[in-house]
Design a binder for this molecule. Sequence first.
Ligand code: CTP
Ligand code: MG
Length: 225
Amino acid sequence: DAFCAVVPAAGIGKRMQSDIPKQYLSLAGKTILEHCLLNLIAHPRIQHIILALHPQDPWFNKLGIASVPWLTVINGGKERADSVLNGLQQARMSEWVLVHDAARPCLPHTDIDKLLALAGGNEGGILATPVRDTMKRADEQGLVLRTEEREHLWHALTPQFFPRAQLQHALSNALAQNISITDEASAIEWAGGKVRLVQGDPCNIKITHPEDLALAEFYLQRMKK
Ligand code: CTP
Ligand code: MG
């Protein structure tokens, strides 16, 4: 079986504080977006990628990757969930769909394999890593209310992998009701669906702050070896 991936890349990278959106910053000779796309398409079971870009994106067409046949470019939306939903509408050929952040260039293929193994089963799932630090819940004044049970807390990463129709319904209903949605799984949860956690590699970081660049570069060099 082969699958389609949706890559939301329409964000402005506010927290990165750079002149251009973080997906267009270069790392080890290529933009972060190119690392992300080339790594996905190099997986033998990923055959097509739907890429959501900002409607006024002036950067993408300058990249060598702009005219490859395995990529469909569509307009992203206001929030990440809008971008993903636009992408899913173009992914009708794929019964299950992977959604992966453009800002995660260090995804190991072994993690993709683990996720794709969910296809045909009864629930979709997401890559996740167990939290390492002791977790506190605090009030607005910064006073600790309590310590959360660490064994039950996970970081949600991407890719996230769900039956396309299920995800499309969940996202469009959640958006219509103004529910805040920061990943695909939260829409599925909100709709009452099940989400399987698949333990992933902690090297699959989302580049968010400037200090993440050096770490991503280190992981990328290590992946090539
Ligand atoms: N994204 C998108 N459409 C949006 C917002 C975000 O496609 N309206 C994409 C980003 O380009 C990124 C991924 O969703 O690949 C994860 O989002 P995030 O890390 O929050 O990126 P930004 O929104 O660009 O960054 P920030 O939140 O710091 O502005
Ligand atoms: Mg964002």
